[in-house]
Design a protein. Structure first.
Length: 394
């Protein structure tokens, strides 16, 4: 079995969508392609049947103190035949007395080990041959997976088994086939994870409800394929959400735009970024675009939306949340910051003069010198910079 072939296999089949009313507090799912993965390998010490080894990775959600309602993960079947397996997930608080080399405490208290009962779940799956998939649920029962309070990290443990499985679309995996099952590794885009994994000493199927499991910290680069790469266990945790809606308008910009204009919207609570959204305003359309950005349903009080995209100045908008969403209204972005320096100043005029006469698309210099996005850097662009002279980012 040539396990390196998966580096060129980038198609992801998403089998469970994310409900619109859910908010991701941790997301390490690939957006449609991947490079890194890890084979779990058959655990020959397991006595209950065909079981893989467990891989644990640390997970730091952006916020917490509420029950998760959604969970997603990835699988890879590198066998040339389809197999039936169970993908299992156990959870620990990062509160051990010993630390990983990255400084995070190792797996300590098993989640909900005291009240009301240990938590963990398994998904019985039919894995197509030579396939990578994203799986998940948006209907976790209340109290089943409580996300710890902000600042408290988790360890998520994943393993496969085929114990007591009957044939479905495919027969249960045998030990040789189990050795060819993997999971995607992908760096989180929401939340954080450090470059270490934890390999428990005991067989994976004996660890349910076990506090402070014994094991060894391993560096990502020693385990991942391709060798020497670094990424994190691909999974996502979601909580109940609410939506903030509104419109964003690009001032001093022609409707028949020559180029795409991109605006990043960040949802901030104090100095903490909770979510972000990338809005693209297309050419040959109106310069106003609708947006919807999610927030946890538990989030109440004032939050800040930060709008940023050259040649427009950064704008902050405060929205008050009450748990059921909010309307941010119409947000207009001021034009003229050609060099994205946070201020419309003489340097912006100089840049437009330098690029004067350039045609877009296909010009040279800075595309943002075509301030009004008309397709040509001309006198109208100089006039716009002068009209907004002295304006600064919020």
């Amino acid at each position: 079995m040539n396990k390196n072939f998966l580096a060129s296999m980038v198609a992801i089949t998403t089998l469970a969508g994310i409900a619109h009313a859910q908010f991701p507090v941790y997301n390490a799912l690939p957006p449609g392609s991947f490079t890194n993965y890890i084979f779990l390998g058959t655990d020959n010490t397991a006595t209950t049947g065909v079981v893989s080894a467990m891989v644990m990775d640390d997970v730091a959600p952006t916020t917490g103190g509420m029950d998760a309602t959604g969970f997603s993960f990835t699988t890879i079947n590198a066998n040339t035949v389809g197999v039936r397996v169970r993908a299992n997930f156990f959870f620990w608080l990062a509160d051990s007395a010993t630390n990983a080399p990255t400084g995070i405490p190792n797996p300590g208290t098993y989640l909900l080990n005291s009240t009301p009962a240990p938590t963990g779940f398994g998904f019985t799956l039919n894995l197509n041959p030579n396939a990578a998939n994203v799986w998940g649920t948006n209907a976790l029962p209340a109290g089943f997976l409580p996300v710890p309070a902000p600042g408290q990290k988790l360890w998520v443990g994943m393993f496969y088994d085929a114990v007591n499985l009957t044939a479905g679309a495919f027969p249960p995996a045998d030990a040789t086939q189990m050795d060819n099952l993997a999971t995607i590794m992908f760096s989180p885009t929401i939340g954080t994870s450090t470059d270490t994994v934890f390999a428990p000493t005991a067989a994976a199927d004996t660890l349910f409800g076990v506090d402070n499991p014994a094991g060894t910290n391993l560096d990502h680069t020693a385990l991942l394929m391709p060798a020497g790469s670094s990424a994190d266990l691909s999974c996502a945790i979601r909580v109940p959400g609410q939506n903030i809606t509104g419109t964003v308008t690009l001032n001093d910009t022609v409707d028949a735009m020559a180029l795409f204009r991109n605006v990043t919207i960040k949802l901030m609570q104090g100095n903490t970024e909770l979510n972000s959204l990338f809005v693209t305003v297309n050419p040959n359309t109106a310069t106003t675009s609708n947006f919807t950005i999610g927030a946890p349903a538990s989030l109440t009080g004032p939050v800040t939306l930060v709008f940023d995209g050259s040649p427009y100045l950064k704008k902050n908008v405060t929205v008050n949340l009450a748990g059921s969403g909010a309307d941010a209204g119409a947000v207009a972005l001021q034009n003229g910051d050609v060099d994205n320096s946070t201020e419309v100043d003489a340097a912006d005029i100089d840049q437009v003069i330098t690029d004067f006469g350039q045609m877009w698309p296909g010009g040279t210099g800075m595309a943002s010198s075509d301030v009004d996005d008309s397709g040509e850097v001309d006198a109208a662009d100089i006039d716009i910079v002068i009209a907004n002279f002295g304006a600064m980012d919020d």
